[in-house]
Design a protein. Sequence first.
Length: 197
Amino acid sequence: MKTSTLLSIFALLLAFAVSGQADNVIAFSPDTTSVTVGDTLSLDVTLDATDPVFGYQFDLNYPTFLNFLSATEEGDFFNDGINGLGGGPPIYDPPDDINGIVANVLDSLFGGSPFTSPGTMVNFQFTVVGIGTGSFSLANELLPDDMGNPLEIDPVVPVSITSSAATAPPTAPEPSTTALAILATAFVCWRSRAKPR
């Protein structure tokens, strides 16, 4: 084989190997995808990192049949994040339940230890207040390296959720209703026999 052909094959194989390498993956981990009005729903935003990650920022879009309750950090960000020193929540703008968004959810690590992955970055809690079908999705995702430069992130796959009304157990008719039905049937039978022919 010619040297140029071998170099072309080598370059092609190298390009394929590099393109097959996965970027950092942010994903959702819902405890369920089917809920009932009145339930509390827990949603984890997880990270499987291929690079050293020193922070995060994103907007979380959620169905409008949910009301935001809280956001707490997990793992490394809880222990070493800027807002994690006191065991507090991540930093975020006031949630907007009408439009279903909590914007600018963020934290960053300090010191020399990046996020250890895979693991949960943030856990969100919601109350189910209506019925419908919707999805969780992220926008404006950012994972910085130790110099604040953005790292590559795989597209985040939305997760669908369906809410239904709470179903009440069937109830037996009240005794008075049953008694009235029996009396009405007896009266109709008696009247039909008492008619003159």
